[in-house]
Design a protein around this ligand. Structure first.
Ligand code: NAP
Length: 278
């Protein structure tokens, strides 16, 4: 029987731990404040932004919401980021992606002070991760590490295969597994003999953005499988990059979708906000 890794419960545990820390800091007169910027009114972005604001409220972090109109110019947004960079009381700045087409996302992300980059997307933070220096780490892969650790799954010495090499999931995931002393292989769309490689994995992290792509044929008997993917299927139900029903019986532990990696992203964002002000 496999272990179902409960991301909902683990993320709640993390949020409760953070809430306690924030209460203690408040008692010492320290406030944590995060700026959340949304440009335009994309409904999916509004849901994410609201969830982030709710999590801040739960933990006791003050959130400054900037809901800017779709026609906001790049210069105006850069101006706001400059102001927030300079404000001592703002400890974290989050710009909800995607931005409208007329704004250069890279330029915006580069403008955020790396010391306030709670998403961990700034090249300074990416670089710090790759050379083992402290810095903000991208929230989703950081959440995967917490899921493994808090489920009692050892990473050290394990064959870890990451399926996907995006800048926000695959690459930082590989770096984090390496930091935990895993032996890491990264696969992508040009990888040859994909199944042979994924079947070597003791820990398989799947982030390829293709619904139910990974079936039992990709998985070694007894492996741990972490599914980062999130999609809506033809019946409007959520599913991952892994065919859960097919794969789960062959694993020793697996994350479901929903309720696996998903809830961890916001929990780790909150963790970045709280730990970042240390
Ligand atoms: P992405 O930027 O589209 O990257 C997908 C990666 O998979 C790429 O590296 C690509 O290779 C590789 N790939 C695609 N098709 C492949 C194939 N047939 N064989 C092998 N590799 C293949 O996606 P992402 O942003 O990393 O996100 C991945 C998934 O995670 C998505 O479903 C996304 O919605 C989800 N996600 C969830 C969370 C969360 O909070 N739970 C957060 C972020 C993302 P190339 O580089 O060669 O193109």
């Amino acid at each position: 029987m496999y272990q179902l890794i409960d991301g909902k419960a683990i993320s709640q545990q993390i949020k409760d731990e953070l809430k306690e820390k924030v209460e203690k800091r408040k008692a010492q007169g320290e406030e944590i404040c995060m700026a959340v910027i949304q440009v335009g009114s994309d409904p999916a972005s509004s849901v994410y932004v609201n969830n982030k604001k709710k999590a801040c409220a739960y933990i006791g972090i003050q959130s400054l919401a900037y809901e800017l109109p779709e026609e906001t110019t790049e210069e105006e947004l850069l101006g706001l980021i400059g102001e927030l960079n300079a404000k001592e009381e703002v400890s974290g700045i989050l710009v909800q992606l995607p931005l409208p087409g007329h704004i250069n996302e890279e330029k915006i992300l580069l403008a955020i002070d790396p010391a306030k980059d709670v998403d961990g997307f700034h090249p300074v933070n990416v670089g710090n991760l790759s050379i083992g220096r402290p810095g903000y780490v991208s929230c989703t892969p950081a959440g995967v590490i917490q899921l493994l650790k808090r489920s009692g799954i050892e990473i050290e010495g394990k064959e870890c295969v990451v399926l996907g090499r995006s800048n926000i999931v695959g690459k930082p995931m590989a770096m984090l597994l390496l930091r935990e002393n895993g032996t890491v292989t990264v696969c992508h769309s040009r990888t040859k003999n994909l199944k042979e490689i994924t079947k070597r994995a003791d820990i398989l992290v799947v982030a390829i953005g293709k619904p139910k792509f990974v079936d039992a044929g990709y998985v070694k008997e007894g492996a741990v499988v972490i599914d980062v993917g999130i999609h809506r299927n033809e019946n409007n139900k959520l599913c991952g990059d892994v065919d859960f029903e097919d794969v789960a019986p062959h694993t020793s532990a697996i994350t479901p979708v929903p309720g696996g990696v998903g809830p961890m992203t916001i929990a780790m964002l909150m963790n970045n906000c709280v730990e970042g002000v240390k």
